[in-house]
Design a protein around this ligand. Structure first.
Ligand SMILES: [Zn+2]
Length: 113
């Protein structure tokens, strides 16, 4: 009976695909990243995975971050901070003025002014 063989062959071929995986996909989360060039990058990862902090933008290659207002980039990259940024975290503007005045005074003394 030829038809019986055809049917049995199809069943054997489909056996490795488990029905659960086809009808109940693992839970996913959508994560959006923004690069410095305002490129939006949507990725979908497993729901139980912590999204990486950075994702390479597929359009321009720059690192993209999850904060649209403050995307990482060559100039304002996180965690890289300029020396000034570190100083501003430690000092108030007033302290900065005082330090600047001090430094200028020292500079003038060295120049003999
Ligand atoms: Zn980009």
């Amino acid at each position: 009976m030829p038809n019986g063989n055809v049917i049995r062959g199809a069943r054997v071929g489909s056996a490795p695909m488990r029905p659960d995986e086809r009808h109940q996909p693992a839970p996913r989360q959508d994560v959006t990243y923004w690069c410095r060039n305002d490129h939006r990058v949507d990725i979908r990862i497993a729901a139980d995975v912590e999204p990486p902090a950075l994702w390479d933008c597929p359009r321009c290659g720059l690192p993209a971050g999850r904060d649209a207002q403050n995307p990482p980039g060559r100039v304002r990259a996180e965690p890289y901070k300029s020396h000034l940024a570190y100083v501003k975290e430690r000092r108030t503007a007033e302290e900065g003025e005082a330090l600047l005045a001090e430094a200028l005074a020292a500079l003038r003394r060295r120049r003999g002014e």
